[in-house]
Each structure stands twice: as C-alpha cells, then as structure tokens.
Design a protein around this ligand. Structure first.
Ligand SMILES: C[S@@+](CC[C@H](N)C(=O)[O-])C[C@H]1O[C@@H](n2cnc3c(N)ncnc32)[C@H](O)[C@@H]1O
Length: 320
C-alpha cells in the first residue's frame, strides 16, 4: 500500500468516526448551539436541549474524543466550543440537501393528490351527467368476453373477484346470476358505485363497493380474479403504471388471475376525453412480466352505443 493509500484509508476511518459521533439528533443540536463561535457550559446546554446535565456531558465527551468540540476553562466554568468551525459547512450542506428533498417530497405528494383529485372530479362528473347506457362509449349490455374469460379460469363460485374501475358495468350482475358469491367493485367515483348499487338492489347485497383510487388501494383481502376493463389504460405515467402492477402483484393470490383489457395499438388514443396508454401483446406482457405468467391476449372490436368501433386488447395472466 502506498503512503497516499494509507493516508486515504485513515481519512475514511476518521470520517466514519466523526459521522458515527454525529449520528444522534442531540449531538447535531449541540453543533447548532455552538455555531457563530459561541461558547457554552454544560448547564446552559442542558437547559436549551431539554435533557439532563449528565446526558449532555456524555454527548460532549464523545464529541471531544473525535475533536469536534474543544474546552476552555473560565474560572470554575468549563466552556465548550467547536474545535473546527468548518464542520458547520458540512452540517449546513447536508441540512440544505435534506430540506430540499423534503420540499421535493412535499411537491410530489401535492402533485399526486392534485392528480388524484382531478381524476376523481372527472369521473364524478361523467357519472353525474351521463346516462351510462346511452351516453358512455364503454357501455356493454352483456360483458360477454369478460364473463367467458372468468369462466375459462375454472375458479369456483366462492372465488374472491374484484372488478377494478368497475363503474356501472353489468359484470357484477352477470356474475351474481352465475352464482358467484364474493364480488367487489372498486371505482374512484362514488356516483358510479351508487348507480351500480341502486341497479343491483337486493340481489347485490353481498357485493362490496369500494370507493378508491386504484393507486391508493390496499386491503387485507387477496383475490382469485382481478378484472379490469378500460381502467388501467388511463394510467399514462410510468410511475403510476409501475404502482398499479405492484398493487395487483400484491393483492392477487399466487395462481390467481389477472384479466385486463385496454385499447389496443389499433384502438383510440383517448377515452372519455382523457389520454390513455395503448397496449400491444408484447408491451402488456412486458409490463406485467415481473409477477405474472402470460396466458393469452387477443383483440376484440367493441361497438359503442354511438355505433363507432373501438379496438380492445384482452389479456389473461396468472400470478406466479
Ligand atoms: C372507461 S370506464 C370502464 C368502466 C367498466 N370497467 C366497464 O367496462 O364498463 C373506466 C372506469 O374506471 C374508473 N377509474 C378511472 N381511473 C380510476 C382510478 N385511478 N381508480 C379507480 N377507478 C378509476 C372510472 O371511474 C370508470 O368507472
């Protein structure tokens, strides 16, 4: 080892020791008390920090060993000050970085809440103002493909099934008619769920209605079937898509099924006036590949109530 290497190693060791000594909030507070070349005795520090004198002395003793503070006798009093005021430069730089990070986190949270609120407002307005049979493009009288895919998994009638972004869809009606007993409908819109609840009436009394943004959803329940028709594709930010995949991965039982349909590459680029992400078989496989085995994908044309056509991609995955 060269002399320079030896010196570098020694500096790393000293650096680590100083960091270790400073890894206590009270010791960091002591540094702050001693800024601007202040000198202070143990009693004054104890009062300012709200801890006992014995406690302050322990901290100061450690800080002295690492040459962070030094002492000076003034009559009977022992006064402490910073041994090397340059330590404040590092201290302040770290605090500034942490403060910036906290502010950035705060902004992220604010953005997330803003997005979530505006998504909710959009969907509440849709369900408050539109007739869900005649005036929304996604309406289906019988969600036949979804039902066929659910039946093709062979799950029994006690299977725990959730319809993500189920809105006012008739999927739950058909599943109940088929004898399925454990059905949940999740939607961001309270109005959509209210419509579904009113329509299902007495026969839907066992249904669990969950008003939530899927990106904030968590539960103790685990699902045998996770169905999503035209809700996932509204996620256009990478971090939101990753979050959805993680949530589905967590909440679908091992060997459970994910039945998910989106607009295909030949489908519209918007839905309900909002941007969506189109998927191909390859891109959806890639999106869910971490936790899911791909079973099949196929395209299907949906005829809207306005006699236009929308190209959907249906996909079935199995949770590994
Ligand atoms: C195009 S509609 C499809 C409704 C239903 N799946 C169907 O096939 O009839 C999309 C649905 O997803 C819901 N939705 C949109 N973003 C959501 C989110 N982040 N979390 C939960 N639901 C959401 C909407 O309120 C709406 O009911």
């Amino acid at each position: 080892m060269t002399e320079k290497n030896r010196l570098d190693k020694r500096i790393f060791e000293l650096h680590a020791n100083v960091c270790k000594t400073l890894s206590h909030p009270k010791r960091l507070e002591i540094i702050d008390l001693l800024r601007d070349e202040k000198e202070m005795g143990v009693s004054e520090m104890a009062e300012k920090l709200g801890i006992t004198k014995a406690n302050v002395s322990q901290h100061l003793s450690l800080m002295r060993q690492q040459n962070i503070v030094k002492t000076r006798r003034d009559g009977v009093a022992i006064l402490y000050s910073l041994a090397n005021p340059k330590i404040l430069v590092a201290y302040d730089a770290l605090r500034k970085a942490l403060k910036e990070q906290l502010e950035a986190d705060g902004k992220l949270l604010e953005n997330f809440n803003m997005n979530s609120n505006s998504t909710k407002q959009h969907w509440e307005k849709i369900y408050q103002t539109k007739d869900t049979v005649r005036e929304v493009s996604w309406y289906q009288d019988v969600p036949k493909t979804s039902i066929d895919l659910i039946l093709s998994t062979g799950v029994d009638k006690n299977a725990n099934i959730i319809d993500i972004g189920g809105g006012d869809s008739k999927l739950a009606d058909k599943l109940l008619e088929l004898g399925f007993k454990n059905i949940s409908i999740l939607d961001i819109s309270a109005k959509a769920l209210e419509k579904a609840k009113t329509r299902l009436g007495e026969k839907g009394k066992s249904v669990i209605y969950i008003e939530a943004d899927i990106l904030e959803f968590d539960t103790e329940s685990r699902f045998d079937i996770w169905h999503d028709r035209a809700a996932f594709h509204f996620l256009t930010k990478r971090e939101d898509i990753i979050r959805y995949v993680e949530i589905a991965g967590k909440l679908i039982k091992p060997s459970g099924y994910l039945i998910i349909s989106t607009f295909s590459m030949n489908g519209p680029k918007k839905c309900s006036g909002l941007d969506i992400t189109q998927y191909s078989e390859d891109s959806i496989k890639n999106t869910f590949q971490k936790n899911f085995s791909h079973i099949k994908s196929f395209e299907e044309i949906h005829a809207t109530p306005f006699n236009t056509k929308q190209n959907f991609l249906f996909n079935v995955f199995k949770r590994r």
